[in-house]
Design a protein around this ligand. Structure first.
Ligand SMILES: Cc1cc2nc3c(=O)[nH]c(=O)nc-3n(C[C@H](O)[C@H](O)[C@H](O)COP(=O)(O)O)c2cc1C
Length: 316
């Protein structure tokens, strides 16, 4: 998620769950190829398994970017075909790419030819307007078929349409209705492909229920606002014998990481913000959040801010 799942966030989330597959923010192939690719791709080895999400629609440039990502060890390269923002549309990528399945196939194929890790696609269940007036499911099936034929076996499906005109990105994550049944239908039609469900999933119970139908579940907003959910899921989905980590221990470990990054010149605020949701739903969470956000603005504050903040949530 752009501006959220940066490397610091992913390191923090990894402390909560050893096995969840984490995704980078969308990085454009242009930024990687023509900008400071090495810095943008930099991450901590502890983040594995971690997928690099790319935005773009130029097969050659995407192939170079994918190779850069694979060369530094990303475990998967994912192409964004689901973002509806105007900026992204003007670059002819994101969700509007669903209207150009042959181009997406070309992009997938170009990336596949230079990396050995999986190349996957994240998309919506449709776009509005559709390029031609046809049945919505026929359109979607055609998209999946064309892209799968180019070598993509895994589709992360945000189970709502993207409205390309008139809605903000935020509204496009809320207003078009979620239709899990459409993704379930796809899964029946393409039994050899992997379908990961995304959109509106918030609880362990919902994840377990969806895993009866789908091959995987991707969680966006809830994983950020309530990251301890990932620890609970680690236990239920991956390893029942795994002990839930104490939140305080997670903060202590993250504080060590923050201290090391501060020494390299990273900003305290950009790292502290990710832990705000750790005590979501528990007493004194508002004071915890306030202490962190006010404290991170203090130019003399360091990693101990995190440890000091623990006193608030530990108070009797
Ligand atoms: C702030 C924000 C940034 C996002 N950035 C991306 C992105 O870079 N790439 C992407 O595929 N989806 C992005 N998304 C969409 C989420 O990945 C996800 O598809 C969507 O929020 C629905 O899932 P959820 O209900 O679990 O949040 C973003 C969502 C939010 C809220």
């Amino acid at each position: 998620m752009m501006d959220y799942t940066d490397r610091h966030c992913r390191f923090f989330l990894r402390l909560l769950s050893p096995n969840t597959l984490l995704y980078t923010e969308m990085l454009t192939s242009a930024a990687l190829v023509r900008g400071d690719g090495a810095r943008l791709l930099n991450y901590d080895q502890a983040e594995h398994p971690v997928a690099l999400q790319l935005g773009g629609s130029d097969p050659k440039e995407l192939a170079i970017a994918a190779k850069m990502g694979a060369d530094v060890g990303y475990d998967e390269i994912n192409l964004n075909c689901g973002c509806p923002s105007d900026r992204v549309q003007s670059g002819r990528f994101g969700a509007c790419l669903m209207g150009e399945p042959a181009l997406v196939a070309e992009c997938v194929s170009a990336m596949r030819s230079v990396v050995s890790v999986p190349v996957t696609v994240k998309c919506r269940i449709g776009i509005e307007p559709m390029p031609q007036a046809e049945d919505e499911f026929v359109f979607l099936r055609q998209f999946i078929q064309t892209v799968a034929a180019a070598g993509c076996d895994v589709f992360v499906m945000h189970a709502r349409k993207a409205i390309l005109k008139g809605l903000s990105p935020k509204e496009n994550r809320e207003i078009p209705p979620l239709k899990y049944d459409v993704v379930a239908e796809l899964r029946k039609e393409f039994p050899k492909l992997t379908f990961v469900l995304n959109g509106g999933v918030k609880t362990v119970e919902e994840v377990t229920k969806h895993l009866e139908t789908f091959d995987g579940v991707m969680i966006g907003r809830e994983a950020y606002s309530n990251p301890y959910l990932l620890a609970q899921l680690e236990q239920v989905v991956f390893d029942p014998s795994w002990t839930l980590p104490a939140r305080e221990l997670v903060i202590e470990q993250y504080a060590d990481y923050v201290r090391a990054r501060l020494a390299e010149g990273h900003r305290l605020r950009s790292m502290v913000k990710h832990v705000q949701g750790l005590y979501a739903g528990l007493p004194r969470v508002r004071s915890w959040r306030r202490y962190l956000s006010e404290g991170a603005g203090n130019p003399t504050a360091g990693a101990d801010l995190l440890l000091d903040a623990l006193r608030i949530v530990q108070a009797a």
